[in-house]
Design a protein around this ligand. Structure first.
Ligand SMILES: C[S@@+](CC[C@H](N)C(=O)[O-])C[C@H]1O[C@@H](n2cnc3c(N)ncnc32)[C@H](O)[C@@H]1O
Length: 290
C-alpha cells in the first residue's frame, strides 16, 4: 500500500480494514464458526471465563467496543446488562440492530464509529466497558485507545478484556516443523503488519477485500497504557487455551464447553508436554477509581 496522506496517517489502513470487515459480516453471520443459529436458540457466545470474570452484569450499563454484528453484546443483554455496541463497520452495526430486534431486546443501542471517535458519538458513561477476542490488533496506538476507554467509564466502573496474547500474535503460524518461532513484532510499531488472506478465521467463501493491516501491542504496553489513563489493574490472567486454532498443530479441547450450551465456541491448546511454553490468551480487569 502507498503511504497514507500526511496528517491522517492511519486513514488508509482503517479504510482497507473496514472494507474487509463490511464484507465479512454476512459471511460470518452465515458461517458454522459463528453459529448464529445456536445463538438464536439461546446458546451463549461468550466464553465461560468471560462470564465468570466479569461477574453479575444485571442492571449494569455495558459498552462493547468493536462489537462486530452484536452476538456477544446481546449475550451480555441476555445476562441482564443494558448494552451499547460500537463498531466502525456499517454492515456490522446494521446486522446487530436486526439481531436485537429478532431476539426481542429492545433497549440495545448500536453505534457506528471508529473506537478513536467514540467520545464524539457516545455521551453517556458506563459501568462496564468490554472488548473481546480479535479487537486490539486493529488499533494502532494502545495509549490512545486506553484514554478513550478510561473516559467512557463511570467512576467505579471497570474495563474487561479477553484477547489473544501478544506473544501468540508474534509467532510464525505457518511453520511445518511445529516450532514456535517469533516471526512478527511483539511490541507496538508505528506501521502495521500487512496481511493478505482469501478467507477470514471461520469457514466461508473467498473475500474480494483480501488485505488487512494490524498492530500488535506488548502486554506491558497495554497494562501501562491503562494505568497511565488513570485505571487501576485488578487482575491480569494469562491462559493456556485459545479460542481458535492459532497454530496448525494445536489440539482441540472444547468438549466440556460445547456440552454446556455454548454456541460456536471452540478451544485449542498446545500439544501435551508443551502447554507451559507460551501464553495464548489473556484476560484483564482494570477499574476507574470511584
Ligand atoms: C474480530 S471482531 C471482534 C468481535 C468479537 N470478538 C467477535 O468475534 O465477534 C473485530 C471487530 O472490530 C471492528 N473494528 C476494527 N477496527 C475498528 C476500529 N478502528 N474502530 C471500530 N471498530 C473496529 C471490526 O469491524 C470487527 O467487527
Amino acid at each position: 500500500m502507498s503511504a497514507p496522506p500526511a496528517g491522517d496517517e492511519n486513514a488508509a489502513y482503517f479504510a482497507a480494514n473496514r472494507a474487509r470487515w463490511d464484507e465479512a459480516v454476512p459471511i460470518h453471520a452465515a458461517s458454522e464458526g459463528y453459529d448464529l443459529a445456536g445463538f438464536l436458540r439461546g446458546e451463549k457466545t461468550l466464553y465461560p471465563v468471560e462470564i465468570e470474570e466479569v461477574g453479575d452484569v444485571g442492571g449494569k450499563s455495558l459498552l462493547h467496543l468493536q462489537c462486530h454484528f452484536g452476538m456477544d453484546t446481546l449475550n451480555w443483554a441476555r445476562l441482564g446488562a443494558r448494552v451499547t455496541g460500537l463498531d466502525f463497520s456499517g454492515a456490522a452495526v446494521a446486522r446487530a440492530r436486526e439481531l436485537a430486534a429478532e431476539i426481542g431486546v429492545e433497549d440495545a443501542t448500536f453505534v457506528q464509529a471508529n473506537v478513536y471517535d467514540a467520545l464524539a458519538v457516545i455521551h453517556t458513561r458506563f459501568d462496564v466497558v468490554y472488548t473481546g477476542i480479535g479487537a486490539l490488533c486493529w488499533i494502532p496506538d494502545v495509549q490512545r485507545w486506553a484514554n478513550v476507554v478510561s473516559s467512557l467509564l463511570k467512576p467505579g466502573g471497570f474495563l474487561y478484556v479477553y484477547e489473544g496474547h501478544p506473544m501468540l500474535w508474534a509467532l510464525d503460524s505457518e511453520r511445518a516443523d511445529k516450532l514456535m518461532v517469533v516471526g512478527h513484532p511483539y511490541f507496538e510499531t508505528e506501521r502495521p503488519s500487512e496481511w493478505a488472506g482469501e478467507t477470514t478465521y471461520v469457514d466461508g467463501p473467498p473475500l474480494e477485500n483480501q488485505k488487512s493491516f494490524e498492530w500488535n501491542h506488548g502486554l506491558g504496553e497495554i497494562v501501562t497504557a491503562l494505568i497511565d489513563a488513570g485505571l487501576r489493574l485488578d487482575f491480569l490472567h494469562e491462559h493456556r487455551e485459545v479460542a481458535w486454532q492459532a497454530l496448525p498443530w494445536m489440539v482441540r479441547t472444547d468438549g466440556a464447553t460445547a456440552a454446556r450450551g455454548y454456541a460456536r465456541r471452540t478451544a485449542w491448546q498446545l500439544p501435551p508436554g508443551e502447554r507451559d511454553l507460551c501464553p495464548l490468551m489473556y484476560s484483564l480487569k482494570a477499574s476507574k477509581p470511584a
